[in-house]
Design a protein around this ligand. Structure first.
Ligand code: SF4
Length: 377
């Protein structure tokens, strides 16, 4: 689909629309004109775009998403860092490797001081946001989470995002007051039937209601869906995109389903990476200023496609800073890749993306140390 030969020098949105006009592709032209005028795409248009398979049409679609991303969010790829601080979870989502019923998981919890020290190290590398992520673990009470958020903010002085699942509206309000400015609560699928089948312990309406609350109280709120759940159709995915647009989130984290051993879905086939790239493009067309990572799940299925995500509308990547001793135990799905900071920063720089100057400085310092080590050995 996308390959190096399709990665062209950036052009403006206007030039891209002219190229689409010349191609005679009526659907893409209509979609491009709507996106450029901030008009809402209709469900049937989204479905038709999701069904595009011809390489030349896909090239134009990604070029359009890329032009919109560059127009509204610039050339910079933001590197966020995640600390997976607990793999305990009280829930049993069918697709998840750390669900409570999976007895094979060796559980861990990081101590608050360990979390804060890890966050401090990340801040020194120019990480844009520190994401505190865990299963739904009641050990971290609202009081304890508030303390951790406050201390991370005080010592790392970097925006804090939380990704800790369903908490009450009151708790989300408290975490915001404690200093968390961003939060991610994925809706996973807007198809009620599939949601209920996948989440035996969750209430669909409650999840949506909490998500709306996080938007209303002023978080830079995020949500997202899984691509390739059992029974999911292209129409469902179009509805997911429309939901993300209409609910008012500013961050979207979506990736393909990846099977996890020891779960009811361990033999279900993974989601389609190429379809995921098309969804990235459509989310960018629908929410032009969105912060959207090229996700680890996509990289786990196909590392190259994760980086192609940056040419299909993505502008964020999440590097993993979970201490080594815990990292392998946060297996929400099989063979989860370690998105390492230096490797990621190097690839992005070499692809020509702009990075935070602090990230570049840290990378140069790392490369200097690498060279010194080579000379010694
Ligand atoms: S998806 Fe989240 S809430 Fe569900 S089992 Fe996994 S960690 Fe727990």
């Amino acid at each position: 689909m996308l390959n190096d030969s399709t990665i062209l020098p950036p052009v403006t949105l206007e030039e891209t629309i002219e190229e689409i006009k010349r191609s005679g592709d009526k659907l893409l032209l209509r979609v491009a004109l709507k996106a450029s005028e901030n008009e809402l795409l209709e469900k049937k248009e989204i479905v038709k775009v999701l069904l595009i398979e011809e390489p030349e049409r896909l090239r134009l679609l990604f070029k359009l998403a890329d032009a919109i991303r560059r127009k509204y969010t610039g050339e910079t790829v933001l590197i966020k860092g995640v600390i997976e601080f607990s793999n305990y979870c009280k829930k049993n989502c069918l697709y998840c490797g750390i669900r409570a019923a999976n007895r094979k998981v060796e559980r861990y919890r990081m101590k608050p001081e360990e979390i804060v020290e890890t966050a401090e190290r990340m801040a020194g590398l120019g990480i844009n946001t520190i994401i505190l992520q865990s299963g739904e673990d009641p050990y971290y009470t609202a009081d304890l989470m508030e303390d951790i958020i406050r201390e991370v903010r005080r010592r790392a002085r970097t925006p804090v995002s939380i990704s800790i699942g369903n908490r009450t509206k009151e708790e989300y309000t408290r975490f915001k007051e404690a200093g968390a400015s961003k939060c991610l609560l994925k809706h996973e699928t807007i198809n009620r039937e599939i949601f209920e089948a996948m989440h035996p312990d969750d209430d669909y309406d409650e999840r949506i209601s909490i998500l709306k609350h996080t938007v209303e109280i002023g978080y830079i709120a995020g949500s997202g869906n899984i691509v390739g759940l059992p029974g999911q159709t292209i129409e469902d995915i179009a509805e997911d995109i429309i939901f993300l647009r209409d609910v008012g989130v500013k961050m979207v984290g979506l990736g393909p389903f990846v099977p996890a051993s020891g779960t009811p879905l361990e033999n279900h086939p993974p989601g389609d990476p190429d379809l995921t790239l098309k969804i990235y493009a459509l989310v960018r067309l629908s929410i032009p200023r969105v912060f959207m990572p090229a996700t680890t799940a996509l990289g786990t299925l196909n590392r190259e496609k994760q980086f192609q995500g940056f040419f299909a509308g993505c502008n964020v990547i999440m590097c993993n800073f979970t201490p080594e001793e815990y990292r392998k135990r946060y297996n929400i799905y099989n063979n989860k890749i370690p998105v390492e900071f230096y490797d990621t920063a190097r690839r992005l720089r070499d692809q020509g993306w702009k990075l935070n100057p602090l990230v570049l400085k840290a990378l140069e310092e790392h490369e200097r140390r690498e060279k010194e080590r080579e000379m010694v050995s």
